[in-house]
Ligand binder design. Structure first.
Ligand code: PBG
Length: 325
């Protein structure tokens, strides 16, 4: 067995060309998904305080933004809606004239080839701010699942390519798959937020999407950050129910979970580089404490190296620019 001095691992690190040649992981903008916040109103393009560079757009302002995203070669967009009204059951989430439904129709009529994914959840649409319907002080699983299936159908009707349930109710993938198939949407795929943790890294998103729980927290349905075996059970369940793509969320503090899911299952795996992860980098960069470009590329490369095929990130547009240079 050869060792030093015959073996010198630095030989292949001598110059850029050699380092590139033996690089094991490569970021590709086509595997990256960009989240977009769509709001009610007209003429709105409003920056989110805690997420510099990320905006809420009204439907009429979307087309320019979406053309730019498509031109940059970004793989897909993931839509979140901010409705004008909320109620107890989140009925504006399945309104055919709802924000997301209008946005999908608009985008599909201008850029049909852009992959459109919709977030399927109730937290932006319920007065409680919970991801489901609150009955007797608790988020009722089965009632919520029925409503989520309706939401998914309304997104498919509008033209979504993929629906992405992020609520963490049990059995929602099964219900959504059945309802899609019964309604003639066999080709609409499901990207399931399978292992979604109850994370404080979602803070800036809740400001962006105006969806903080008014009472209590999400620990009764999202996962405990301490658990990894349970994540494998969640993924297993979603695959059995018909998920086409599974997801781990957040990404950066959960690279071990990404790695285990990748080693255990063969489904395409997405990782969500969430709002708090984005805001930390932005804040440090603004203070001159970190090199934004280098740190962002390092984080995303690490998420991919851990095993993610797809990365959902608010950095998508800047990454597209950096990778094209
Ligand atoms: C809605 C949802 C959340 C995120 C995506 N979908 C918030 C939450 O569950 O509280 C978080 C995304 C992010 O932080 O970037 N259920």
């Amino acid at each position: 067995m050869a060792g030093f001095p015959q073996v010198r691992l630095r030989r292949l690190r001598q110059n850029v060309a050699l380092r590139r040649m033996i690089s094991e992981t490569k970021l590709d903008i086509r595997n990256i998904i960009y989240p977009l916040f769509v709001t009610y109103g007209e003429g709105v393009k409003q920056e989110i305080d805690a997420m510099p560079g990320i905006f809420r757009f009204s439907v009429d302002k979307l087309s320019g933004e979406v053309s730019e995203i498509a031109e940059l070669g970004i793989g897909a967009i993931l839509l979140f809606g901010l409705p004008p009204t909320k109620d107890e059951i989140g009925s504006s989430a399945f309104d055919p004239q709802g924000i997301v439904q209008q946005a999908v129709r608009g985008i599909k009529s201008t850029i049909p080839e852009l992959v459109v994914i919709t977030d399927v959840c109730l937290c932006e649409y319920t007065t409680s701010g919970h991801c489901g319907v609150v009955l007797n002080g608790e988020v009722d699983n089965d009632k919520t699942v029925e409503i989520l299936a309706k939401v998914a159908i309304s997104h498919a009707e509008a033209g979504a390519d993929v629906v992405a349930p992020s609520d963490m109710m049990d059995g929602r993938v099964k219900a959504i798959r059945e309802r899609l198939d019964d309604s003639g949407y066999q080709n609409v795929a499901i990207m399931s937020y399978s292992a979604k943790y109850a994370s404080s890294f979602y803070g800036p998103f809740r400001e962006a999407a105006n969806c903080s729980p008014q009472l209590g927290d999400r620990r009764g349905y999202q996962m405990n950050p301490a658990n990894i075996r349970e994540a494998l059970r969640e993924v297993e369940q979603d695959i059995a129910e018909g998920a086409d793509i599974v997801m781990v969320k957040p990404a950066l503090a959960y690279l071990d979970v990404i790695s285990r899911v990748r080693a255990t299952f063969n489904h395409p795996l997405a990782a969500y580089n969430v709002s708090g992860e984005y805001s930390m980098v932005k804040a440090a960069a603004r203070n001159g404490w970190l090199d934004e470009r280098e740190v962002t590329l390092e984080i995303l490369t690490a998420i991919k190296r851990a095993g993610a095929d797809i990365i959902i990130t608010y950095h998508a547009k800047e990454v597209a620019e950096w990778l094209s240079k």
